[in-house]
Design a protein around this ligand. Sequence first.
Ligand code: FBP
Length: 323
Amino acid sequence: MNLQNFINNEIESPNSNELLNIIESISFAAIKISKLIFSPERKDLDQNIGSINADGDKTKKLDIETDLIVKQHLKDCNLKWYASEEENAEVLFNKQGKYSICIDPLDGSSNIETNAPIGTIFGIYAEDPNYSKTILQKGDKLKASGFFVYGPRTMFVLTLGNGVLLFQLNNEDKFILLDRSIIIPPNTNELSINFSNYTIWPNSIKRYIDKCIGVDKTMSNKSYNMRWIGSLVADCLRILIRGGIFMYPEDARKGYEKGRLRLVYEANPISFIIQQAGGTAIDGKNRILSLHPKKLHERVPLIFGSSDEIKTFLKIGMLNGKK
Ligand code: FBP
């Protein structure tokens, strides 16, 4: 079964045709992005273009091109706001639009030249007259979210709030359904964190990691393994498939007081998927999806994965209520 058949035959209301059309259009954009990345003629895609995006990150050619491709494919959809990592502010598509989208057109751009997996992340909200900026709502209000991974295979993970689906792109440009109900194993011994930041983490993170790696031997005799790709989409896909815990906490660096990842177009869509797959996503304390974003590019500490492991983290990390 491919994505189009699935959308036409298997998705029931309350998902409107307009919403499904948006998802289909993003999938066409992802096919185009995937071809662009796979094209050997485009050796220039990892070049810095000399500008810094709204988040303060160096912008690469591929960042800009993916944003243009996505915008082009979405422009005729029933969308009011287009909110992208690559834009300074939300872009108004259509005043009467019924939905709004937040998107990171190219996640993991520091990995382009190494041929490690990179991706596209998105979340869709229904327009709500109570909000002047629809995308500044809690993630709990998301109608759909998903991400594409451009790796050895091009994969698409999607939720419409009723479980998590996994598709793979075939040679005929069709996304084929591989799994209609991904569930994250609740237990894990795999952790994913950028260890080079050890000395600047808060104590709660150090306490937990020290126990995982046996510096502090008071935890169970479970032995952990580390996997860190440094592309959120790839680390998240691995956790969806075989469990694990991902952590990008705040740290002592300037600008990292609230971590590195962005709440609106990275943490919220990913957390919706994780929750739909039976996992947990928190900022160290609170559920990510319960947070009220104040601005488009705000950052948030992000910890997600196997639900039992997050409970263990909370028990150890929040010892005596201390962070
Ligand atoms: P971009 O949105 O700028 O690509 O950054 C996000 C990201 O690449 C994530 O995919 C990844 O989890 C994280 O940054 C890695 O950060 P670091 O290089 O600090 O470990």
